[in-house]
Design a protein. Structure first.
Ligand code: SF4
Ligand code: SF4
Length: 445
C-alpha cells in the first residue's frame, strides 16, 4: 500500500529529464506485436493442420501428422507436454501467458481499442448531431462490428474441431439444424457476448488459469512489483489509469486481477522520466528477487532459480522426448497380426495343417496403400486365402482372417516359431510379427 505520506507528496524539482523510451522498447509495443503474431497463429493453425482435433472424423492433427484416436502414446505425450508447459510457464513467468498469448486477452483488448476508436471517430464525424443520436449510432456500429468479428472468430475456433471447408459450406448455407450448425451459432453468440460485454472480467471471475496461477506462484515467480525505497512516487496515478484490469499495482504485487502485462511499468517510466528518474514499477523475480534483466547467471535470468523449476523442465523434456520418439516411430499404415486360438490347429481335407490368424490394417496416410504378407522361417508355408496385395484407401480400416497352411512333416515339431512379414507400398519399413505354428506330431510307434 502506498503510504499516506507518499500520497500527498509533490513532484520534486526536476533533474534533467531522461530521454523518452523508444516506442519499441516499451512492453506495450512488445505485447501488441506478440498479440498480432498470436492472432495469425490462432487463425492459421487449424487450416494448416498444425493442431486440430477433428471430432466428426475422430482425428487429432498435430504438427502435420494425422493421428488416430487409437494412437494413444502420441496423444498422451502431446497432452502431458502441453499440460506441463502451461503449469511450468505459470510457475516461472506468472501470468505472462495471460497478457501476451491468451486469445481471450488479445480479443478483449482489441474490442476495447475498437470501442474507443469508434467512439472518437463518431464524435468527430457527426459533431453536429445531438449526443443521444451519436450514442445510438455508436452502439449500433459497435455491436455490428463485434458481431461480424464474432462470426469470424467462432469460425476459426470451430475449425479446430471440424474440417474448415465443411464448416465453411455449413456457414454459407446458414445451417442451423444440424449439431455442427447449432454449435456454430452458440459459439458465435458466446463470442459476441464475451467481447461486447464480459471481456477481461472473465479473467478474474471464471478463468481456471488465473486460479491455477495462485497455486503455482512462489517466491521466485516473475511478478510486476512497485518498489519505491527513495519515496519518488509523485502520485500522478498514470499507472492506475492505464491498467485495463482496473487495479493499483502499488497496493500489492499479488492481486488476482494483475495479468503482468507491464503497461503500468511503461506508464511510470514515461512519467518519472520527465523528472529525470527511473520508473518505480518493474518485472521482478519474486517480491524480494532481482529485477528482470539484471545481471545474473544465465539460468537465473531464464527463471530457473531452484530445484523445483529444474524438475519441471526435466519432466517437460521427458514428455517432449517421448513425443518425438513416438512420432518418429509412427508408421502411416498400421499393421497388426494376432493368432486366433479358438482351435489349436485344423487338418484340411487334403491332409495339410492350418493355423488361424487375424490381421488388422489401417491406412492413416492421405495416399492409397497396399500390404503384402509373406512367411519366413516355416518351410513350405502358404497364406490362404492369399488376397495379396491387400489394398487400402486413405483412412480405410480393414480386418481379415487367414490361415497359414503347411504340409505335415515328420521333421516339424509341435511348436514351430516363424514370422509373418508385412511389406507396405508406398515404402515403409517391413513389419515383422513373431508367431508360433502348432501342429500334431506323429510319434514313432
Ligand atoms: S505512475 Fe509511477 S509515479 Fe505515477 S503514481 Fe504510478 S507509481 Fe507513482
Ligand atoms: S497492474 Fe500493471 S501489470 Fe498488472 S494488469 Fe495492471 S497494468 Fe498490467
Amino acid at each position: 500500500m502506498p503510504s499516506p505520506e507518499s500520497k500527498t507528496r509533490k513532484a520534486k524539482p526536476s533533474a534533467k529529464a531522461l530521454p523518452p523510451p523508444s516506442p519499441w522498447s516499451t512492453y506495450h509495443r512488445k505485447r501488441k506485436l506478440t498479440h498480432l503474431i498470436c492472432f495469425l497463429v490462432f487463425v492459421t493453425l487449424p487450416f494448416l493442420n498444425v493442431m486440430r482435433f477433428d471430432i466428426p472424423k475422430q482425428r487429432f492433427y498435430f504438427a502435420g501428422y494425422e493421428l488416430w484416436i487409437s494412437e494413444f502414446s502420441i496423444i498422451f505425450f502431446s497432452l502431458m507436454f502441453l499440460m506441463f508447459l502451461i503449469a511450468g510457464m505459470a510457475m516461472l513467468y506468472g501470468r505472462l501467458f495471460c497478457s501476451y498469448l491468451c486469445p481471450q486477452m488479445i480479443f478483449s483488448e482489441a474490442s476495447l481499442a475498437m470501442e474507443a476508436w469508434l467512439q472518437k471517430w463518431i464524435t468527430r464525424r457527426f459533431l453536429s448531431w445531438p449526443s443521444g443520436r451519436r450514442v445510438w449510432l455508436f452502439r449500433i456500429a459497435f455491436y455490428v462490428l463485434v458481431g461480424l468479428a464474432s462470426v469470424f472468430l467462432a469460425f476459426v475456433f470451430i475449425s479446430y474441431f471440424v474440417e474448415p471447408r465443411d464448416l465453411f459450406w455449413r456457414l454459407m448455407s446458414l445451417d442451423l439444424w444440424t449439431a455442427g450448425g447449432i454449435s456454430g451459432a452458440v459459439v458465435t453468440l458466446i463470442t459476441f457476448l464475451d467481447f461486447a460485454f464480459v471481456r477481461q472480467r472473465f479473467c478474474v471471475t471464471a478463468c481456471p488459469y488465473g486460479y491455477l496461477q495462485g497455486m503455482l506462484t512462489d517466491g521466485n515467480t516473475l511478478l510486476v512489483h512497485y518498489r519505491d525505497e527513495g519515496k519518488d512516487c509523485i502520485e500522478c496515478k498514470k499507472c492506475v489509469r492505464v491498467c485495463h484490469m482496473g487495479i493499483d499495482i502499488r497496493d500489492s504485487p499479488y492481486q488476482i486481477e494483475c495479468v503482468h502485462c507491464g503497461e503500468c511499468i511503461d506508464a511510470c517510466v514515461e512519467i518519472l522520466g520527465k523528472v529525470g528518474k527511473p520508473g518505480l514499477i518493474h518485472y521482478v523475480w519474486g517480491e524480494k528477487g532481482e529485477l528482470l534483466g539484471q545481471k545474473a547467471p544465465w539460468h537465473r535470468r531464464l527463471g530457473l532459480r531452484d530445484a523445483k523449476r529444474a524438475v519441471v523442465i526435466l519432466i517437460l523434456l521427458f514428455y517432449l522426448s517421448g513425443l518425438t520418439v513416438a512420432l518418429s516411430m509412427r508408421k502411416p499404415v498400421l499393421v497388426q497380426v494376432a493368432p486366433v486360438r479358438t482351435t489349436m490347429y485344423q487338418v484340411t481335407p487334403d491332409g495339410r495343417i492350418a493355423n488361424h490368424f487375424r490381421i488388422r490394417l489401417a491406412n492413416r496416410s492421405s495416399r492409397p496403400a497396399a500390404v503384402t504378407l509373406s512367411i519366413e522361417g516355416l518351410p513350405g508355408a502358404v497364406i490362404s486365402p492369399s488376397q495379396d496385395p491387400r489394398r487400402l484407401e486413405p483412412g480405410q480400416e480393414l480386418q481379415q482372417e487367414f490361415d497359414v497352411v503347411v504340409t505335415k512333416s515328420r521333421a516339424a515339431s509341435e511348436v514351430n516359431h516363424f514370422k509373418v512379414v508385412a511389406r507396405v507400398t508406398p515404402e515403409q519399413s517391413p513389419d515383422e510379427f513373431p508367431m508360433t505354428f502348432l501342429m500334431p506330431v506323429e510319434r514313432a510307434p
